[in-house]
Structures are given as C-alpha cells and as structure tokens.
Design a protein around this ligand. Sequence first.
Ligand code: DGL
Length: 265
Amino acid sequence: MYMEDKEKYIGVMDSGIGGLTVLKQLLNIRPQEKYLYFGDTKNLPYGEKSKEELIKIVKEIFDFFETQNVKAVVLACNTSSATAYEELKDNYSFKIYPLIQVVSKCVTLDKNLKRIGIMATQATVDSKKYTQELKKGNPDIEVFEQACPMWVPIIEKKLTDYDKNTAITQYLDKVLEFNPQKIILGCTHYPYLLDKLSQYADENLFINPAKIFAQYIIEDLRHKNLLSEQNNGYVKYFASHNPQEFEKTAEIFLKLKSHPELVEL
Ligand code: DGL
C-alpha cells in the first residue's frame, strides 16, 4: 500500500534504554507522530565495541528500519553517531539524525561557551567526535572528554548506591578539574544519574542533550514538510534480546504502553 511520506514512522535507536531519554522528549513535543523504538539489547554495551563492529551492527538496524516504512531515523545514541553515522549516512532512503553532530551545532550557537566537558562511553571518547564537531561550531572552544565505562552497566543493571557513588566521583572529579562552563552528558543513558551527579556538582552545569536534539529533529521535519497530519500517534517497541527485561529496565525512563517485540538481528 502506498503511504504518504508524512505518515511514515520515525525510527529511534539505541543500544538499550538510553535512547528513551530522547524518545520521551520527542513524545512531549510531538505526540501525534508514529514512532518505532529499537533497543539493541543483544549488543549492549556499544561503548566497548570497535568502530568496525559498530558499523556492522548499526547497518543491521538501519536495514531493519528500511523494511518498516520510516521517514527518518534518530540515532539516539552518541556512540553510534560517533562511529557509524558517517559511513552509513548515504546508503538509505530515510533521513538520519545523529546526536553528537546535531547537539554540537546547537550548543555552539552560544559563543560564550569556551570550555566544555564531555562525559561519554569509551568508544565515543576514542573517536574524538565531540571535540571535532564542537570545534566546527566554534574553533576557539576547549573540550575535555572523559570516558565513563562503568556507567552504562550501572544503569542497565541498576546497581547499588555504593557502586554509583564511587563510579561517579571517579570520573566526575577529572572533568571538574578542567573547570568547564558546561558538561555534556554524552551518552543517552547518563541522564539517569543526574540526581546523583547533582550531589557533587551544580545541576545547571550538566547538559542533557535529549531536549535540544528532539526540538531540532521536529523543527527539521516541519521544515521538510514531513510532519504527520493525523492525530493517531503511538510507539512500537523492539528489542534484539530479552524484550521482557528491556520493558522492566525501561521503566526508569518511561512506562511503555505496549510490550516490546523481539527482532533478531
Ligand atoms: N546510550 C548510548 C550512547 O549514547 C550507548 C551506550 C552503550 O551501549 O555503551 O552512547
């Protein structure tokens, strides 16, 4: 059946529940759209994988979206924006929104920002993508990138307060020494730790990119005349491993209104 582009889905992907922080903002701004959320729980965590592995994985997810009538795909994942976006962006019929590239462009509109700290996964930090993209927007900006490899496992496995406190100060202290004006939470899972982080530093120091990113995407789709004209929005969820557990863990960000379906990659 022919489907008008406007009425197609918006695909959203992440390694697990992190991308739900972005989906939540998309739903706040534009609940009338139809969304497909893909949590790649089989390959979690992305942050410890090589660029080659991540390109292969993200390609499989894009190939899945290609079969699903999507008008756009949101990389609600810093790690795949850093490692796989450039390699795959020209191979698909849908528009792709990469988190780091979009958020860096928006953040550097404020020319008073000269010192930015980044807290992200190992793969994102190794790619230096945030530094490159922020410098494109403002060549004078200084960037300090800190990998926080313990954070995604802590969030996905909901570890104890003791584990959280030590893991938080271990990475945060290094970023605070750089004396940043702002710290970007450069992994979509990290906003979950905001309560804890704000026990050690001013909450206003942290940027959760989800809102800026979602606003940009919806404005861009509006500009391209690709927003749905109907009012029957909903979300379909997919997970590549153990959808029941995904649904349970997801609750820390969003109560899912439908059960996720298993899609084997
Ligand atoms: N939430 C993802 C990100 O923004 C990936 C985290 C991971 O799986 O390591 O980078």
